[in-house]
Design a protein around this ligand. Structure first.
Ligand code: SAM
Ligand code: SF4
Length: 346
């Protein structure tokens, strides 16, 4: 199913009277969600994400300073109508002074969340909550220590589980667990992961693996599709569909008779490009309108070149007007983006 909008742009309707003017593209999609990558570095080496030696890192001077990140987020909120901000990476907990950054972004009035591998979260969850973080997604592909070490190339399962527990204890809500099922690697743990998450009050989400690994080894036949995931889960659980909220990428089901919710993000087999409301900022200040975009807009050059807020707003709007209708994974036209997921911000 292709849910991308048609390739002819309908007229964009007049914005509501309330300021700011929405960040709208040629297809009428309004962008209210900003993903901000705070670093491309990581302390894990998940096999579906990067090679053992790492993908090659940005130089420190290339990465935006806290003041630059805060300024861009402020422009996004005050001038472009962004309402939710997710901090990601690489591994965002590796960013020095993360709680201080959260403390500066939260008062801008956005729904503020974090996507992390959970290592270090046991130490930092309470301070992040205190600083204004609302919710957290923690990646966890397996509950088995040896398998965790094989998938991530680091023996750190205990740290991730402790991070999850600390996030919940700190009052971050919801706490979501993200897993990427890979055939023959962890696809026999779907039910165990759902049971684990349900038992701890976390929300389980499965993500179809995407051709965004740094080493270019993605193999569609190793991807476990949403249909396969659901078929396995339905054998064990009575799943009741949950009405999808707005432009949320996950399709969700409640396990009948419980509060437990499980989601599937089917970017490959059931793309949701037609409702996309996201823009992404890389750690080095490049604006991307899609994970799969092949072009970027250099906001860092504007920032460091002395541009005023209006000029940055204009560049941002121009980039979004150039956003394509959707990705073409699986079609002959598909071109892998130059940057891997870890350098874009997942
Ligand atoms: N390091 C943090 C983490 O792992 O949560 C944040 C960055 S990571 C790139 C964000 C999400 O992207 C994680 O849930 C990870 O599992 C997912 N991811 C990484 N590579 C992927 C791929 N090739 N296909 C699908 N999801 C991927
Ligand atoms: Fe690091 Fe996240 Fe990529 Fe794993 S998925 S290597 S934790 S950036």
């Amino acid at each position: 199913m292709n849910t991308a909008p048609p390739d002819t742009a309908p007229p964009v309707s007049a914005p509501p009277v309330s300021a700011p003017h929405p960040l709208v593209d040629r297809f009428g999609r309004v962008h209210t969600d900003l993903r901000v990558s705070l670093t491309d570095r990581c302390n894990l080496r998940c096999t579906y994400c990067m090679p053992a030696e790492g993908p090659g890192w940005l130089a420190r001077a290339e990465v935006l300073e806290d003041d630059e990140v805060v300024r861009l987020v402020r422009i996004a909120v005050e001038r472009l109508g962004v309402r939710s901000v997710r901090l990601t990476g690489g591994e965002p907990l590796l960013r020095r002074g993360l709680a201080g950054l959260v403390e500066r972004i939260a008062p801008l009035g956005v729904e503020l969340s974090l996507t992390t591998n959970g290592i270090g979260l046991a130490r930092t969850a309470a301070a992040l909550r205190e600083a204004g973080l609302g919710r957290v997604n923690v990646s966890l592909d397996t509950l088995r220590p040896e398998r965790f070490a094989a998938i991530t190339r680091r023996d750190r399962l205990g740290d991730v589980l402790a991070g999850l527990a600390a996030a919940k204890a700190a009052g971050l809500s919801p706490v979501k667990v993200n897993a990427v099922p890979v055939r023959g690697v962890n696809d026999d743990e779907l039910v165990d992961l759902v049971s684990f998450a349900a038992g701890h009050g976390y929300r389980m989400r499965f993500i179809e693996s995407m051709p965004l690994d740094a080493q270019g080894a993605w193999d569609r036949s190793a991807m476990v599709s949403a249909a396969e995931i659901l078929a396995v889960l339905e054998e064990r659980f009575d799943l009741v569909p949950v009405l999808r909220h707005g432009n949320a990428p996950a399709e969700e089901w409640r396990i009948a008779g419980t509060d437990a919710v499980v989601g599937v993000i089917a970017s490959v087999t059931r793309p949701f490009c037609g409702g996309c409301d996201r823009v992404r900022l890389t750690a080095d200040g490049q604006l991307r309108t899609c994970l799969f975009a092949t072009a970027e807009s250099d906001l860092r050059a504007l920032l460091r070149g002395g541009a005023d807020d209006a000029a940055i707003e204009a560049a941002w709007r121009a980039a979004v007007l150039g956003k394509g209708p959707g990705h073409a994974i699986g079609s002959a036209d598909f071109v892998r983006p130059d940057r891997p997921m870890s350098a874009i911000g997942g």
